[in-house]
Design a protein around this ligand. Structure first.
Ligand code: FAD
Length: 456
């Protein structure tokens, strides 16, 4: 008998429960990836992520070929393509990882019905894209946790399943039609310093990180210039790394760095369990509704200045330019640029979230939308009216101004922390810089925020 393994956000061979189950139960397997027309036409397929995805698929194909198999790639309507492939291979089972977005949940239902009509069984596997499954933990009064701290207490006590090794051989039947895996060629608008995708690159980064980054993580994770976080987020997003394996290996390394790191990985599970229970939270305010936001119509110039890194606040501009250049941004940068847009400029968080999704290589429905809501004060933050002051933040997390000078060359000649406040330069020196004055006074932004929230 033959089983199909449908890869989605789990583009790896190590620690892959659906692949393991398929290999245990069948003589041959069809490792399938469908380039889903619905995802691509919904505008979610940003060039940076398509490029990373292409790397992932090529690497997955190479890994399968080393094991005697190959990756079958199709494109079109996902459900129709899975059914067609199952029929071609005469498969009686399809294995897939569980996923959380509204789209993924609908897709799973459609797939189940379509396959059942053909007499093919669908197996949905947990703990593939999360360490702990959404829904596995819940407080007495609800179907999910809305606050991280109690969630994390329960999460930490969960016993994770053991890590699975990669299979030695993957026997794939002959004669199943496939396209070539995509390449980066022909993609335009890519960030010039985009990371390389694929399980091989992900595993190398993980090993290097455990060896030389993890121990100092607790002390250094907020240091903007130090760039001392793992940068594993795109690998977790595309599933080239398993969160279960990641947690086991970090815990095995031990120490305060590992503890702090594992806590961040738990944030990822936390947001996923929120989105699984409340799929509408991708676009609707989660806990507190606000509707007086400024929008493209009323704040077009401010939004443009923010998106292009020309707000006149150097640390905000540095972070926004890092995003464009690398397709990735430091977490501290994400926090302070999101606060600046949603609170200082009082622009609808959905506009900022959309811009992030156009560029982030790790752009993720759960993590992006819910972190935006957290910063906008509509989500799970217990201090929804806190506003991050970009100057204070800059002095604390980029004390020597190294990060700002790295990304804002117009200010490269300003020494030390003075770079965070170019408006303090003498008029003559200031106008000599090709750098804008602040688009808003922080005090005015704060006053507007308080007025809006007072009336909301
Ligand atoms: P590390 O610090 O090394 O952390 C390890 C892993 O933990 C990360 O790879 C990530 O999977 C997880 N993690 C860390 N912080 C968070 C967090 N706050 N919430 C959830 N998971 C976390 N992360 C995304 O993966 N995709 C997004 O689209 C995304 N959008 C964001 C938008 C905003 C406004 C904010 C404030 C944060 C966003 N994050 C997002 C969370 C976080 O900024 C990134 O996960 C992190 O910067 C990735 O870098 P890293 O892998 O080096 O993280």
């Amino acid at each position: 008998n033959v089983s199909v393994v449908l890869f989605t956000s789990d583009l790896r061979l190590h620690d892959h429960p659906p692949l393991r189950a398929a290999l245990d139960g069948a003589r041959q397997v069809v490792p399938l990836f469908v380039r889903d027309r619905a995802v691509e036409s919904a505008g979610f397929a940003a060039p940076n992520r398509l490029a990373f995805l292409a790397d992932c698929l090529r690497d997955l194909d190479a890994g399968l070929r080393e094991r005697g198999g190959r990756l079958i790639v199709r494109s079109g309507d996902l459900v129709a393509e899975v059914c067609r492939t199952a029929a071609e291979a005469d498969a009686d089972e399809v294995h897939i990882a569980a996923d959380v977005s509204a789209y993924a949940q609908r897709r799973e239902e459609r797939l189940r019905h379509a396959l059942e009509a053909e007499g093919v069984r669908l197996h949905v596997h947990g703990t593939v894209t999360t360490a702990v499954d959404p829904g596995a933990l819940a407080p007495a009064s609800s179907d999910h946790f809305a606050v991280f701290t109690p969630y994390f207490r329960h999460w930490s006590r969960e016993r994770l399943r053991d890590t699975l090794g990669a299979p030695r051989t993957v026997p794939v039947p002959e004669g199943v039609g496939s396209q070539e895996p995509p390449t980066r060629k022909g993609l335009s608008g890519l960030s010039p310093r985009l990371a390389t995708g694929g399980e091989t690159a992900g595993r190398e980064r993980l090993t290097a990180w455990l060896r030389s980054g993890l121990a100092a993580y607790e002390d250094r994770h907020d240091d903007l210039a130090g760039d001392a976080t793992s940068r594993l987020s795109p690998h977790l997003h595309f599933g080239t790394l398993s969160p279960v394996e990641l947690v086991h290996r970090a815990r095995a390394a031990g120490g305060p760095g590992a503890e702090a790191f594992v806590r961040q990985v738990a944030w990822r599970d936390f947001h996923r369990q929120v989105l699984a229970a409340r799929p509408d939270a991708a676009s609707a305010d989660y806990r507190t509704k606000h509707d007086r936001w400024r929008t493209e119509r009323t704040a077009g110039d401010d939004i443009e200045a923010w998106a292009t890194g020309r707000t006149g606040y150097p640390v905000v501009d540095a972070a926004m330019r890092q995003l464009r250049e690398e397709g990735w941004m430091h977490n501290r940068g994400r926090l302070l640029t999101a606060s600046f847009l949603a609170k200082t400029l009082y622009v609808d968080w959905r506009i900022g979230a959309r811009h992030f999704l156009e560029l982030l290589v790790d752009g993720d429905m759960a993590n992006n939308q819910l972190n935006w809501q957290w910063m906008a004060g509509t989500g799970t933050d217990s201090r929804p009216n806190r506003v991050l002051n970009p100057v204070t933040q800059a002095k604390r997390y980029d004390p020597q101004g190294v990060y700002v000078r790295r990304w804002v060359p117009e200010l490269a000649d300003m020494p030390g922390p003075a770079v965070h406040e170019p408006w303090k330069l003498r008029e003559l020196d200031r106008t000599a810089l090709d750098y804008p004055p602040p688009i808003v006074e922080l005090a005015d932004g704060l006053a507007r925020f308080k007025r809006a929230r007072g009336r909301d």
